[in-house]
Ligand binder design. Structure first.
Ligand code: 0RA
Length: 631
């Protein structure tokens, strides 16, 4: 009987894990870099859950030379006792049964829905090996899996009074397109987690490069806001902080204004970055706008109809809102939008009360902030007038396309693409090599305006930008309308040198700030033109960087090869450009994703902000990573 049920059990386990191997994208989103990093996030989330529940204050992440990763925590340790129904140790349940990774109790703020919390069994199924060590009940337990199947029974390998879990896994290269873990992605997430969980220490080491870093922030999200504002001139010394605990929902808010024009508001639910926002973010925004308007009406003799909009209230604002709650519902394209509608009201009324109270107690800070918003309102009015003027000049009229756009014949946006090409000569080659049926060319002349520094009114006076906007057809800012977009692939094509990099970063900044939906919808791409042409005998290869070049030379042998390095797109003839950039079957495009809005914003403010010093530091630090940056 026992034997039978055990066998029945192992059959379902195999079926579960086979389903994961068969359709990995269903469980982790995709099998590219994003999916790969999701494996680590999945393991990490379990350790974070222990921290949230108050049992863990140290997490270590180690990348090994062979590409495997270890996550160590000092939580309670995965249970090792025999599961009463399944008759196998708890740790085996967690490793082999889908969605079983969660706590069996219901006390912690467990994540649910979407890609989040699919369970460690998914990581196990997609790994060549997974080793687990549990410290619990006075012993050290160990077990090993290969491709999801156990290859040893859980055994005691020593004694200890410590508690904790240690998991090491090596992603299966037959499943993933890339198995290269990237420090920048990992470090951004670890820092974010350390900010969001005050008192938690996270240690990251990379044995490939001998880097070790530690993240620990006593101030929690207050430190987060200080960090985001570190290169800015702030309007009040300390971030405003609210800590609300209502109806089993914890809401933390930290905010601080700087003298810039951008808004950087990041929202989280149970440590997940809700890039698409949702009910908690709407509640916060509504409350902030209402407090500013009410305070200025009551205390600032400001009744001449200058109503502050949400955008006015958030100009120069840096804020973090972090919510912890039971059973969050995640919606949206990337499952990062909070759907629970009751949260809006809870956040709205409590943030309104907390902020009003703060303003009453700190009238000079309140006034500084409101003056800033009133200025924004006036600038908004100026921008509206400038826009109207531009419109009258018919530059933005949806009917008239800019003269320099070489449009395609196709009218269906989903079948059309546009290349934004740096310089007239490269654009000429582009026009000669494209398929005019569905490929349009937009030549960009010189540098576009640095939009981080400029307000909308200036943006509308820049001709490069206005003609780009009319070429795309979708409008900008609050008037952005995705359904009017004329191309569903917008491809940035620049030289692989420092000028090209700069232009491409400027364009990214522009899109990120003014048409974020375009990125969220997956419409923005960066072309990867090759850096080298390698000819050996009758065969020609194009490779995009030095690493790929070395790899190729190893494969084909380095004797009797002719290697040409392209200095710019201008050096390619139209056949070469056609083959490497236009040809759907041969080209490589990089899709731009706002996987991590915090990271994107950081890069943009570091590279594009006012302060010169951090920018120089950044370029210096990353110069080795940015290939062909010929500064
Ligand atoms: C199930 C139940 C309990 C803890 C865990 C799982 C757990 C899982 C992981 C994964 C990585 N680190 C982990 N730490 C803990 C609760 C155990 C109890 O009640 O003592």
């Amino acid at each position: 009987m026992t034997d039978n049920s055990y066998r029945a059990e192992s059959i379902t386990v195999l079926k579960d894990l086979e389903a994961v191997v068969k359709r990995p994208a269903m469980y982790i989103g995709d099998v590219g870099s994003r999916g790969l990093h999701h494996l680590l996030v999945e393991v990490l989330d379990n350790s974070i859950d222990e921290a949230l529940a108050g049992f863990c204050n140290l997490i270590k992440v180690i990348i090994h030379i062979d590409g495997s990763v270890t996550v160590i925590d000092n939580g309670r340790g995965i249970p090792v006792d025999i599961h009463p129904e399944l008759k196998i140790p708890g740790v085996e349940v967690v490793m082999t049964i889908l969605h079983s990774g969660g706590k069996f109790d219901n006390k912690s703020y467990k994540v649910s829905g979407g890609l989040h919390g699919v369970g460690i069994s998914v990581v196990n199924a997609l790994s060549n090996f997974l080793d687990v060590i549990v410290k619990r009940d006075g012993h050290i337990y160990q077990q090993r899996y290969e491709k999801g199947r156990k290859v040893s029974e859980l055994q005691i390998i020593g004694d200890t009074l410590d508690l904790g879990t240690e998991i090491t896994f090596l992603p299966n290269p037959e499943i993933f397109e890339t198995t290269q873990f990237e420090n920048e992605i990992i470090i951004t997430r670890l820092k974010e987690l350390a900010f969001l969980n005050k008192g938690l220490k996270i240690i990251f080491s990379d044995e490939r490069t001998n880097i070790t870093e530690e993240y620990f922030y006593e101030g929690g999200i207050i430190s987060f806001v200080n960090h985001l504002n570190r290169n800015k001139n702030v309007l009040h010394k300390e971030p405003i902080y609210l800590n609300i605990d209502k109806l089993n929902t914890k809401i933390e808010v930290a905010l601080q204004y700087n003298d810039g024009y951008q808004e950087s508001v990041f929202s989280f639910v149970n440590n997940i970055n809700t890039i698409e926002g949702g009910s908690h973010l709407s509640g916060f925004k509504t409350a902030l706008t209402r407090v500013l308007n009410d305070y200025s009406l009551k205390n600032m003799n400001h009744k001449n109809g200058e109503n502050l909009t949400g955008d006015d209230a958030r100009e120069g604002l840096v804020a973090i809102i972090s919510v912890r709650m039971h059973s969050p519902q995640f919606e949206g394209q990337t499952k990062t939008k909070l759907g629970n509608s009751n949260i809006k009201g809870i956040v709205d009324s409590n943030v309104y009360d907390g902020l009003s109270h703060f303003f009453e107690e700190n009238p000079s800070t309140a006034k500084t902030i409101i003056f800033k918003a009133i200025n924004a309102a006036r600038a908004r009015e100026a921008a509206r007038k400038a826009r109207e003027l531009t419109r009258r000049k018919s530059v933005l009229d949806s009917g008239s396309l800019p003269g320099k756009l070489a449009d395609c014949q196709e009218k269906d946006p989903s079948k059309s693409e546009v290349f934004i090409v740096e310089g007239d000569s490269a654009a000429g080659t582009g026009i000669a090599s494209r398929d005019r049926k569905f490929q349009a060319i937009f030549p960009l002349r010189g540098k576009i305006l640095n939009v981080e520094k400029a307000r909308l009114d200036k943006i509308f006076n820049n001709e490069e930008i206005t003609s780009l906007i009319s070429a795309l057809g979708c409008g900008i800012g609050e008037e952005f309308d995705s359904s009017k977009l004329r191309y569903h692939k917008i491809i940035i094509l620049t030289d692989a040198d420092s000028d090209g990099n700069h232009i491409s970063t400027l364009l990214l900044t522009f899109f990120y700030r003014n048409m974020p939906k375009l990125i969220e919808n997956g419409y923005l791409f960066i072309a990867q033109p090759p850096l080298y042409r390698v000819v050996k005998g009758t065969s020609t290869h194009y490779v995009k960087d030095d690493i790929k070049l070395q790899k190729l030379l190893k494969e084909i042998g380095s004797d009797k090869v002719i290697i040409q390095r392209f200095k710019g797109l201008g050096e390619m003839d139209s056949d070469e450009l056609q083959e490497t950039v236009m040809d759907l079957n041969k080209r490589i495009l990089k899709k731009v994703i706002i996987e991590d809005a915090v990271y994107a914003d950081q890069i943009f403010s570091i590279l594009m902000g006012d302060e010169v010093e951090p920018r120089r530091e950044f370029i210096f630090k990353h110069a080795i990573n940015v290939k062909n940056l010929d500064v």
